[in-house]
Design a protein around this ligand. Sequence first.
Ligand SMILES: CSC[C@@H](O)[C@@H](O)C(=O)COP(=O)(O)O
Length: 352
Amino acid sequence: MTLRAIKYENNNLEILDQLLLPAHSKYIQVKGVEDGWKVINKMQVRGAPAIAIVGCLSLAVEIRNEKYESKRQMRQEIEGKLNYLVSSRPTAVNMKIAAEEMLELANKLSEDASITVDDMKSKFLLTIEHMLEKDISDNKAIGDNGAKDILSHVSGDSLVRILTHCNTGSLATAGYGTALGVIRTLHAMKRLEHVYCTETRPYNQGARLTAYELVHDKIPATLIVDSMVAALMKHRNISAVVVGADRVAANGDTANKIGTYQIAVLAKYHGVPFYVAAPFTSIDMKIHGGEHIVIEERPDREMTHVGEHRIAAKGIACWNPAFDVTPASLIAGIITERGVYRPDQLREPPTH
Ligand SMILES: CSC[C@@H](O)[C@@H](O)C(=O)COP(=O)(O)O
C-alpha cells in the first residue's frame, strides 16, 4: 500500500493511478503537459490541490528539456500550456490560481533585463517544485487549526466522531490532506473516537481512496453509503462534518464533490457543525457567490458502470454533475492554513 500520489525526482514525474486503487498500486509517467492534461481529465490523479501540483509539474518536466531562443518565446509558450492545463477540469480553482501566479512570474522574469533565459527557466522551475513542500505544510496547519476548533466545542477531553465525504487525503494533495488532515491530527492527538466516510457515488472516491488511507493509517473508521447520512446523524452522535473544497467563492459558498450539499442540509437539521477544510489556493476571491462556479459534468459511464461492470439499465438517461455548491449559510467554519473563518470573514480575515 502506498499513499504517495505524486513522485517527482530528477525531473521525472509519476502519478499513482487512482482509478486502479485499491486493487493495484501502479505509477504512470507524466512526460509533459499533454500527459498532465490527460491524467487530470481522466481522474487518474484528482483532488483540487493534486490537480494543480501535477499540472504545474507536468509543465516543469516539459520546459526543462526545451531550448528557448528568448525569454519572450518562453513566456509565450508557458502561457499557452497553462491555459491548456486549466481546461482539463473546470471546477477546482487551484489549477487556475496556480496558472495565474505562474504567468505573473513569467511576465516579471521576462521583463527583468538582468536575467538570462536560463536564469528565467531555473527560477520558474524552482517555484513549481516548491509547491509540493508548501502544500504539505499548509495541510499540516489546516489539520492543527481544524482539530483545535472542533475540540473547542466539545466538553473536557472527550473524543469526537467525524463524518467526511469524498477523498481529501494524501492522495488528493501532495501529502497529509485537508479534511482528512484534520482527521489525521485528531487521531494523532488521541481525540478521535471514530470516523465515518461516505462511499461517494458515482466514482467511489470514499470507498476506494479514503477507506484505503484510513486502513493504511489504522484510524478507526466505518464506510457508509451516501444515502445513510441522515440515519448516521440520528443514531451515531456525530460531532462534526469535515469536507474539502474544489472552489470557495468570496462569500463562502463552496463547490465540492457531489453530495456535499445534501450532507450540509442534514447537518443543519441535526445540529451538527459542518466544516470545509481548504487551503487559500482553493479560495476564488474573483467569484462573489457559488452561482458563478462552473460545475463539471462527467460521462454517463461513471454512473452506469462500476469498473467494467454495467449496473444501470441500458437506454436510461443520466445526469452526472461532479460537484455541487453548499451555501455559506450552512457552513460553520472554513478551516485554512491561516486559521478558521466564518464564511463572512473570508473577504477580510481577522488576524489570529
Ligand atoms: C483536498 S481535495 C478537495 C476536493 O477536491 C475534494 O473534496 C473533491 O471534491 C475531489 O473531487 P474529485 O472529482 O475526486 O477530484
